[in-house]
Design a protein around this ligand. Structure first.
Ligand code: ATP
Ligand code: MG
Length: 333
């Protein structure tokens, strides 16, 4: 049976990149797959310091973002990672399968650790191994993510394969990445060569899913562009990263393609384009943002979804971790 697993870290405000690159695709896929969506709170503590109260708030807000975007909590499992201990248990087993050489190649670690790598936490280094356990503890077969997670998916497949061959079993599937849509890598509004991120310190770098209409319009107005008009062909955007990004986001929001957007706006300046862009962004995100706010005013409903989700998740994960431990040779408790 095909099973989707994917997650979002409660590290800050959900943004347009999370929506277009991940959550919106999940909404489409939920009908055809047995789906598990996780608020990965254990990943969110890999870069200290963090404020525990803010972590609780963000955990609920990410769950609210999934529900408000259209993920059905009755059909899918929505839960927070730390509520299912099997993630941590399988991570340890995988720590003894995955190799340091594999982790040393991970670009996300290099970017997030920055220059002072010696000071990064072991957790940040081990992030991809925990991510492998997240999916494989449910024997997930498909992982819908943004383009930035490609490398982690390769490590996940390598880990599954190494476990299977180390123990001579055919136990873990090799999960397939699902990276699709017009905006698999939404870039920062301030720098077209940098990914839009929750953890970017500049608020103007991203559009949050809970931003009010005037904030969205202001951020789009201030978004970096270049002085040239909008070209006719996608090739002419090749060395214009900011322009390319805005056009790609517009196409994704509209559900069209870059070429169609260029056809509409060719020859115009970015001033005109940004006005339409702001309207489109507000139209899409406005209702989702309001529903997120409604859902987080009183935490009862979201907490109930997370609790029920964790119970259902444990039912799937518990037998898998039990069997994995037997395969390794741990005595049954
Ligand atoms: P952080 O900066 O804390 O890493 P983030 O914005 O990268 O936060 P994550 O929680 O790490 O968000 O990722 C959640 C999902 O959103 C993943 O599937 C990831 O690939 C996707 N995603 C994140 N940023 C973008 C982006 N800019 N464009 C497209 N998809 C994205
Ligand atoms: Mg990230």
């Amino acid at each position: 049976m095909n099973r989707i697993f994917s997650g979002v870290q409660p590290t800050g405000n959900l943004h347009l990149g999370n929506y277009l690159g991940a959550i919106r695709n999940w909404v489409q896929l939920q009908r055809d797959y047995n789906s598990i969506f996780c608020v990965v709170d254990m990943h969110a503590i890999t870069i200290p310091p963090h404020d525990p109260a803010e972590l609780r708030r963000a955990t609920r807000e990410v769950a609210a973002g999934m529900i408000a975007s259209g993920i059905d909590p009755d059909e899918c499992i929505i839960f927070n990672q730390s509520a299912v201990p099997a993630h941590a248990e399988l991570t340890w087993i995988f720590n003894c399968v995955a190799r340091i050489g594999w982790l040393n190649r991970m670009t996300q670690f290099k970017e997030k650790a920055g220059k002072n790598r010696e000071n990064a936490t072991v957790g940040l280094y081990d992030y991809p191994v925990l991510m492998a356990a997240d999916v494989l503890v449910y024997k997930g077969t498909h992982v819908p993510v943004g383009d930035d997670q490609k490398q982690h998916l390769e490590l996940m497949r390598d880990t599954a394969q190494a476990f299977n061959s180390m123990y001579g079993v055919d136990f873990f599937p090799l999960p397939e990445p699902m990276i699709f849509g017009a905006a698999t890598r939404v870039m920062s509004l301030r720098d077209g060569t940098k990914k839009m991120s929750k953890s970017d310190t500049s608020e103007y770098s991203r559009i949050n899913m809970t931003d009010e209409a005037d904030e969205i319009a202001q951020k789009i107005r201030k978004a970096k562009t270049d002085p040239h008009p909008i070209p006719e062909t996608a090739e002419e955007l090749a060395d214009r990263p900011e322009a390319r990004n805005l056009i790609a986001i517009y196409a994704a929001l509209e559900g069209s393609e870059t070429d169609a957007v260029l056809k509409n706006f060719a020859g115009k300046g970015f001033g005109d384009f940004k006005k339409s862009f702001a309207e489109l962004a507000v139209e899409t995100l406005g209702p989702i943002g309001s529903e997120m706010k409604r859902l987080t005013e009183d935490t009862t409903a979201v907490d109930a979804v997370l609790k029920k989700g964790a119970e259902r998740a444990r039912e799937i994960a518990d037998p898998v971790i039990r069997e994995a431990k037997e395969i390794v040779g741990f005595l049954k408790p």
